[in-house]
Ligand binder design. Sequence first.
Ligand code: PLP
Length: 451
Amino acid sequence: TILTPNSPTAELQALDAAHHMHPFTQGVELAEKGARIITRADGCWLTDSDGNRILDGMAGLWCVNIGYGRTELADAAHRQMLDLPFYNTFFQTSHVPALNLAAKLAELAPVDLNHVFFAGSGSEANDTNLRMVRTYWQEKGQPERQVIISRWNAYHGSSVGSGSLGGMKGMHAQGGMPIPGIHHIDQPHWWAEGGYSTPEAFGLERAQALETAILEIGPEKVAAFIAEPVQGAGGVIIPPDTYWPEIQRIVDKYDILLIADEVICGFGRTGNWFGSETFGIKPDIMTVAKGLSSGYQPIGASIVSDKVASVIGNTEFNHGYTYSGHPVACAVALENLRILEEEGIVERVRNETAPYLKERFESLADHPLVGEVKIVGMMGSLALTPDKATRAAFAADAGTAGFICRERCFANNLIMRHVGDRMVISPPLVISKEEIDTLVTRARLSLDEAL
Ligand code: PLP
């Protein structure tokens, strides 16, 4: 049976339930409810199989930065498929889309990040990083430097390597993660874990946990520290201002490589091209994916400093994916970057839409359920609580408030995601002020209904 976007919803849902296993989803529960089937999209709006128009407050999965329906990307894919649909970059060959995209990324990335290793996703790129930093130290004659430090509640992907780098305990509980040699420290999540202190003091304390861990493990055994400039999937956790400068001081002091996972923060999400610029971070490697192609094609990459690339280049790095530098994905990513640049989308976010979104989103702070509002650029979160003064959590068995609120958003044709009791947004960067008003109005309505 081949159904079409115009097939009846019940038929689409039944076929989906019968054969399609969904990521991060309980299959039985979904089969009972029936998935909402998305059939089309344009700008910031999705259409479902019942014809509802839904405002996408999450840009897909934090990725459709330029919005849906850009025919230029479809044209770029079409042209590239006709010219050269596939060739690999393994055995001393290259091709035009890959070399052009690598050069473009080197131009956009901060100072000495001039070398690009392609992957098919953010998870794959972080697997690359894991092996690359360990190989770096082997080649430098310090093979004992193998431990990578990460943070609890970080998200770095879903493969065994990247899931181990991540700090999601629910993921670790399934399938043998983390792999050896990865050490997690606590996150700079002031609202949930730092109420006893000021944000500034807490940010310093959580950064200094890195130094404590390095000294416990032994600096001569630590290869790298990996972190998202802003934890996204963990709940849009924006660290206190004191956090990143102290982390930078510590990695510099112990000569530890810094991997900035920019899979969400990259390509304008925080109001600059990269989150590392917003937070003053100087990474040795940046992980990118998602906004690199605005999600129109699966692609990820590690953008690597001169320092690391020159050492890796001395050996054969026995690593790569069939789709490393896939020509169609590279061509589409290049076109996406052209649009971001030529239409001044990142500048518009920084100067116009992000300040407007901040003002409107922060107006939700007076809602009885909202304990904290955090936002940077085009990513924000609301902490829901039954008691603002004590920051109490909702009882888990009551069904989390976040879950109820997300369901109400869904019913009100707004996509927001929930992470525990945090409601998060990450709309397309091209969202208009009018659409921001709609987003905030629907969010407030949904909060009211969740009360
Ligand atoms: N790193 C971060 C910060 C992410 O948010 C994600 C995905 O959400 C990944 C890595 C993994 O990327 P992918 O899902 O493309 O493998």
